[in-house]
Design a protein around this ligand. Structure first.
Ligand SMILES: [Zn+2]
Ligand SMILES: [Zn+2]
Ligand SMILES: [Zn+2]
Ligand SMILES: [Zn+2]
Ligand SMILES: [Zn+2]
Length: 613
């Protein structure tokens, strides 16, 4: 019998995992069951008195640009038995269609044909469904039938086996047709036969695949299984297999918790209270002065002078920050580059009194140790079939997280420490100007256009701009440098490279810097020691080794000669697993926009940095 309650526990899955590899709407592959993570409506009852709120105003504001009503960011609920365990995220078996591994009987859990077995609480990996007395003899394990249907608007549905084998009709032989699934797949294409024992109809799932398969499938009925609801849709459906990488793409935003800059904080307040400020919006500073402390709607501005408020009102553009994603980095940039960095509850940044070590002066204009950092990440939606397009978010429809408009979203927090390195932005801009029409730069630019076009299949509509989000060549320099440092730190200091993260501050103008930091999920405190690498002698040694190592790669000469080329859409030049790539969780751009030739001389005179001598 199918469980009445959703299976509540998902074993040792951690909050970060739940958000990024298996959040709302994703299918978690347990050994014997496939489980779908439910929407916010299912999460709600899992929270107790402590609602697990994370306070991070900048992130909240960024989330609100997408989901207007969100008023709260919450960590995943804690399990009832154990306060330290992040369990308790609601999941349900999906797909519900399963196949007996012994007799191949194919049926939905709704039929109650299979029996749910879960002997050990807290061990969902042992939970399974069985065909009791299969063939009158033995209990046999059932496994999920792995085919599903998805549409580009994020709907997901069971594969309609019954409908399909009966060619869009119902079984002439029986009301409850007895189906079988015979999986004959070798390594090659799909070869799965669906048979109806009741009327002897049979059909291969191959017929549902590819261009021609579309004619043999129903249109989308707008199912969101994580919400348990249906809505009008009518889009084309495509078969998709549990475990396919395009079944679920999370959409998240992250910020570092930096202390708000005085002016930024005021601008944020003005944006937040814009409606109640309308009544005073035309008053001069002199007129505001006498009412600053008395008018109720000016209460939030008690810490500011009338003239400051007037200036902020003048500077405020309604909806002005909407969509300006890169500006999320602006306060962080300000915090790291401030002459005397402010301490915050989750932020401490310190400069060595000696300044930049002498040997590093040709490379960096500033070195800052971030002794305490917190990164908070919010999850605000997901897409299916097509990856979300951060450059043009309207192109790929986002699936909803709850049945109504969400008032909160799940978030995770990570504590750590880091090293911030600033690069001469003027020099970088000048270098970029000189080299932007070089062959290498041209080829990367064209590859970016191809890459975006390829990802944007005919399923998408609207004014697609292939060059949207082009990060600029300066980004490639900073990004490559960041990877070199991450790899060297891992080698020299025994860090697991996957526990490091990067943020590239680059706007093609006055912002040029990198932050390498530890990102240890679910752990208060740090691994200790990353900031000690910013100590002059150690940092000098690390940079030296990083740059020396970058001159050669075991993949040379192939690696050194590599440039993006048609028809491939690889977005790197001289870069490979042996010299530059890092783990997916570490890199902010999926190992794209990397090229050693811009950081060390590879004989073509394109390097931004001078050689180490
Ligand atoms: Zn069986
Ligand atoms: Zn039949
Ligand atoms: Zn649909
Ligand atoms: Zn290489
Ligand atoms: Zn990277």
């Amino acid at each position: 019998m199918a469980p009445k309650q959703p299976i509540r526990e998902v074993g040792t899955a951690r909050p970060s995992h739940l958000m990024f590899t298996g959040g709302i709407g994703a299918i978690i592959d347990l050994p014997n069951i496939a489980a779908l993570v439910g929407g916010l409506d299912d999460w709600e009852p899992q929270y107790r008195d402590d609602d697990r709120e994370v306070i991070e105003p900048r992130l909240l504001e960024a989330t609100r640009r997408r989901l207007r009503k969100v008023a709260q960011l919450r960590l995943v609920p804690l399990s009832e038995e154990d306060d330290r365990s992040p369990n308790g995220v609601p999941v349900r078996p999906f797909p519900a269609w399963m196949r007996c591994t012994r007799c191949n009987r194919l049926t939905s859990l709704e039929s109650k044909f299979f029996t749910y077995v879960n002997t050990k609480r807290g061990r969902p990996d042992l939970a399974r469904f069985e065909h009791r007395n299969c063939g009158g003899r033995t209990d046999a394990k059932a496994v999920p039938a792995r085919f599903l249907l998805a549409c580009r608007r994020g709907h997901l549905d069971e594969f309609p086996y019954d409908w399909f084998v009966h060619k869009g009709g119902t079984c002439p032989g029986a009301q409850d047709a007895r189906l079988q699934m015979l999986d004959r797949a070798g390594n090659r294409a799909v070869n799965v036969l669906i048979k109806c024992d009741s009327c002897k109809a049979e059909r291969n799932l191959r017929e549902a695949m590819g261009e021609r398969g579309k004619e043999h499938l129903p249109v989308c009925r707008g199912r969101h299984p994580h919400l348990g609801d249906y809505s009008a849709c009518g889009e084309e459906l495509r078969p998709i297999i549990v475990g396919a990488s395009n079944l679920w793409f999370p959409q998240t935003v992250s910020v570092l918790s930096v202390p708000p800059d005085h002016d930024d904080a005021l601008a944020g307040l003005v944006a937040e209270h814009r409606e109640s400020l309308e009544a005073v919006a035309t008053l001069s500073a002199e007129q505001l002065e006498p009412i600053m402390r008395s008018l109720p709607q000016l209460k939030p501005f008690a810490a500011y002078e009338a003239a400051e408020l007037r200036a902020a009102l003048d500077a405020h553009v309604p909806g002005g920050t909407a969509g300006a994603e890169s500006d999320l980095y602006a306060p962080e940039w300000k915090a790291f580059t401030a002459e005397r960095p402010d301490d915050g509850r989750h932020f401490t940044a310190v400069r060595d009194p000696g300044g930049v070590p002498a040997r590093l002066k040709p490379y960096f204009t500033d070195v800052v140790r971030a002794e305490r950092l917190r990164e908070v990440r919010a999850f605000h939606g997901f897409t299916r079939l097509d990856a979300p397009d951060p450059e043009q978010p309207e192109l790929v429809p986002t699936a909803p997280l709850s049945r109504g408009e969400p008032t909160w979203v799940p978030a995770s927090e990570v504590f750590g420490e880091g090293i911030f390195l600033r690069v001469d932005a003027e020099a970088l801009k000048e270098w970029e100007r000189r080299h932007e029409s070089s062959e290498a730069a041209e080829r990367l630019r064209r590859a970016w256009g191809r890459f975006r076009e390829k990802r944007h299949s005919g399923r998408l509509e609207g004014g697609f701009d292939p060059m949207a989000g082009w990060p600029g060549m300066g980004y490639v320099v900073l990004h490559t440098l960041s990877h070199l440092l991450i790899r060297t730190i891992a080698l020299e200091c025994g860090y697991n490279a996957a526990s490091l993260a990067e943020r590239i501050y680059s706007n093609g103008d006055d912002r040029a810097g990198i932050l390498v930091y530890t990102a240890v999920p679910d752990a208060e405190g740090t691994l200790g020691g990353l900031v000690s690498l910013a100590e002059p002698a150690r940092l000098t040694r690390i940079v030296r080794r990083a740059l020396m190592d970058a001159e050669h790669c075991s993949g040379d000469p192939v690696c050194a000669d590599h440039l993006p080329a048609e028809p491939a859409d690889s977005l790197h030049g001289a870069a490979c697993h042996s010299c530059l790539f890092v783990s997916e969780t570490t890199c902010e751009r999926g190992n794209r926009f990397l090229d050693r030739r811009y950081v060390v001389g590879l004989g073509d005179g394109l390097s931004f940095l001078p050689p180490w001598t």
